[in-house]
Design a binder for this molecule. Structure first.
Ligand SMILES: Nc1nc2c(ncn2[C@@H]2O[C@H](COP(=O)(O)OP(=O)(O)OP(=O)(O)O)[C@@H](O)[C@H]2O)c(=O)[nH]1
Length: 299
């Protein structure tokens, strides 16, 4: 079987590809692993899973199986040879606008009818995959705050539901921090709304940078943010809060505008609803607000 090196060179993901010497006779498991790794970098796992699962299930109907092909997805253009079928996947453009293709390297000649079946299956599942991608994009838009890129209130509610059910099953608490900016209104009043927007985006970047991967920041609304944290004790929660406070208070940009932050935190208690946990953290926050701001209190 011949491999076109142009295909390898034309991708941005060459490190994910099996070396040429390994590329013959890939097992379905290896192929799936490889596809999943590639797709996970493109944030299109669902698309790939849907497409290949369904295609895989139906290929035997046509007397074919994935072991007949060395199939892979790449972005960009590739040269098509007699040993290659290139099927662009509609609606799968990457963020840079390139489209995903499924390439089938054919180890043995296909009959015309086999090719025809492959094209039809691709067409059918490609369309479904396209819908899946649109759905994911819409879901992303519905749960993201457009200004900061953080999860919005809907995402917060969803995440709290997951965390609470996990905490109940595992009997492991988690934590919630509520953060409200101090003196934010004066930025809008003195420098305009767009400067205020810049401050909100700046704070969001600080949260993303300072939190661990397993912790999640959200914009709750206005100048209020929430963080769901993998902290299981008051001490861990207080450490995380201090890290955030230090990060915000050492920003020269925010200091120049006179903006700091107040924080309230609550640890999950068995039987807590999202509201009861939020209310505890929020009352701690308002105690801080009423006693001079720019500090942290636990509930
Ligand atoms: N620029 C901008 N401002 C917003 C946005 N959403 C809410 N605001 C403004 O944020 C301000 C929030 O008010 P407060 O929290 O009372 O203001 P503050 O000065 O931080 O008050 P303290 O919390 O007591 O320090 C209001 O002026 C809102 O108009 C937004 O998306 N962009």
């Amino acid at each position: 079987m011949e491999f076109s090196t142009t295909v390898y060179d034309s991708t941005h993901h060459s490190s994910f590809y099996p070396r040429e010497s390994q590329a013959h006779g890939l097992s379905v498991a290896e192929l799936t692993l490889f596809i999943n790794r590639l797709l996970s970098t493109l944030e299109l796992e669902e698309l790939g899973t849907l497409y290949f699962q369904q295609l895989n299930a139906l290929l035997p109907v046509a007397g074919l199986s994935l072991t007949d092909f060395d199939s892979r997805w790449v972005f960009g253009n590739a040269k098509i040879s007699s040993t290659l079928i290139d099927l662009p996947l509609q609606g799968s453009a990457s963020s840079s606008g390139e489209q995903a293709h499924a390439y089938y390297y054919i180890s043995s000649p296909l009959s015309l009818s086999q090719r025809e079946i492959l094209f039809q299956l691709h067409d059918l599942f490609g369309k479904q995959a396209k819908h899946a991608v649109s759905h994911l994009r819409m879901k992303g838009m519905a749960t993201k705050d457009a200004l900061t890129g953080l999860g919005n209130r809907i995402a917060f509610e969803q995440s709290m539901m997951r965390q609470r059910s996990w905490a109940q099953r595992r009997d492991e608490p988690f934590s919630l921090l509520v953060l409200d900016l101090d003196n934010f209104k004066q930025v809008n009043d003195n420098f305009g709304h767009s400067e205020g927007d810049r401050v909100l985006a700046h704070v969001a970047t600080h949260l993303v940078n300072v939190l661990r991967d397993e912790d999640e920041p959200f914009r709750f609304g206005g100048d209020e943010f929430c963080c769901i944290l993998d902290c299981q004790t008051d001490q861990q929660l207080s450490c995380a809060a201090e890290r955030i406070k230090t990060s915000i208070s050492t920003s020269e940009y925010l200091a120049k505008l006179g903006v700091s932050c107040s924080l309230g935190g609550a640890l999950y208690r068995i039987g807590d609803s999202t509201n009861s946990m939020f209310d505890r953290a929020d009352s701690a926050l308002y105690k801080v607000k009423n006693s001079g701001k720019n500090d942290y209190q636990a509930a």
